[in-house]
Write a protein that binds this ligand. Structure first.
Ligand code: NAP
Length: 336
């Protein structure tokens, strides 16, 4: 690969796509060209790339000519169609959608946890689900101190996780409720303003939601623990940015809390709130890069158990930052 690659951002006008442009600039990702691609509705509009403006082009079958790295921030349906076209044109695709994540032979990467499995020959790399990224970063540190016996995670996920239209819906519903007007429900199963909805994505036959099973299956794949006992409940909360998680972990042997805090403090990408009366919160994590961990304590109901509270910005470490970190890793490791 070229040490100054040509990069396409597909879905550049969306929440994740715009954040990708910002992160490319902030991480000083080397490039010779950044091509912003979106639907025909956005073609001709301009987006910021640092101090420059780049013109959005319509995504077409020949959009990937001359592209080295294609960062996809589009729906699963669009990724299914256009990722193969990108790789056929010679690009490496890093896909944010759920489409390729559980495909055999496609690496699912959180750089701090498993970038070492990436090979020069990989042409499609999947970026995990936002809730899974922040969870696995912390579980990876815990499992270095003791094998994991069981994980129980309950998420409190912001509306930006469902895209721009979902953010607009929380905003409009809140305004309309304050003004005693009717509200419209389009992106959620129920009113999201002043309410928590215990359903993210569709409900499966076994009663879980698809989102909950993404967390279960993707955590097992990233950690390389196919039989990990893990269960999840995902809840959409009326918060604009960042996902929070209440996480209970049972381990095979005892972990001393100061040892865990030391391990987390030494880990790349993690910020620890060690004092009991200071804790991470969604409003403070928003816009930041770290996965924040607090409320760290022993679970009094188990011999070897831990309770933690994990918060991260779903658009940054949960999506754009993680994807651009993967791109940077590829450039560093495989550029000619
Ligand atoms: N939001 C998160 O926290 C998060 C986290 C992890 C993963 N993801 C995944 O990342 C992907 C993008 O999410 P998002 O939240 O950024 O969504 P979004 O805000 O709705 O943006 C969607 C993007 O797709 C483009 N698009 C839509 N239809 C298109 C078409 N026919 N041709 C070309 N481009 C088209 C849109 O372009 P126009 O503006 O021109 O319509 C826009 O740029 C999804 O797969 C999502 O599941 C999201």
């Amino acid at each position: 690969m070229n040490s100054e690659p040509t990069i396409a951002v597909v879905g550049a006008t969306g929440l994740v796509g715009q954040e990708m442009l910002a992160v490319i600039e902030q991480l000083k990702t080397p490039f010779s060209e950044v091509r912003a691609l979106a639907s025909s509705n956005s073609a001709g509009s301009e987006l910021e790339l640092g101090s420059d403006q780049i013109e959005v082009q319509e995504l077409r079958e020949d959009s990937f000519d001359g592209i080295d790295i294609a960062l996809f921030a589009t729906s699963a349906e669009l990724s299914a169609k256009y990722v193969p076209l990108a790789t056929k044109a010679g690009a490496i695709a890093i896909d944010n959608s759920s489409y390729f994540r559980m495909h055999d032979g496609i690496p699912l990467i959180v750089p701090e946890v498993n970038a070492h499995i990436l090979k020069r020959s990989d042409t499609v790399i999947a970026n995990p689900n936002c809730s899974t990224i922040q969870l696995t970063l912390v579980l990876d540190q815990i499992r270095k101190l003791s094998a994991l016996k069981r994980v129980v995670v309950s998420t409190y996920q912001s509306v930006s996780g469902a895209g721009q239209a979902a953010m607009d819906e929380l905003w409009n519903q809140s305004l309309n409720i304050f003004n005693q007007r009717e509200i419209e429900i389009e992106n959620f199963s129920d009113q999201i303003a002043f309410n928590c909805i215990p359903q993210i994505d569709t409900i499966l036959e076994n009663g879980y939601t698809k989102e909950e099973f993404k967390i279960i299956n993707e955590s097992r794949k990233i950690l390389g623990l196919p039989n990990l006992n893990i269960t999840s409940t995902s809840v959409r909360v009326p918060v604009f940015h960042s996902h929070a998680e209440s996480v209970n972990v049972e381990t095979e042997s005892e972990i001393i809390i100061p040892d865990l805090i030391k391990a987390l403090e030494g880990a790349k990408g993690i910020e620890v709130f060690a004092e009991h009366d200071r804790y991470p919160m969604q409003i403070h994590a928003a816009g930041g890069d770290s996965v924040q961990v607090g409320r760290i304590r022993k679970d009094v109901s188990l011999n070897f158990g831990l309770d933690l509270w994990i918060v991260a910005d779903n658009l940054r470490k949960g999506a754009a930052l993680n994807a651009v970190q993967i791109a940077n890793h590829l450039i560093e490791k495989f550029a000619d």
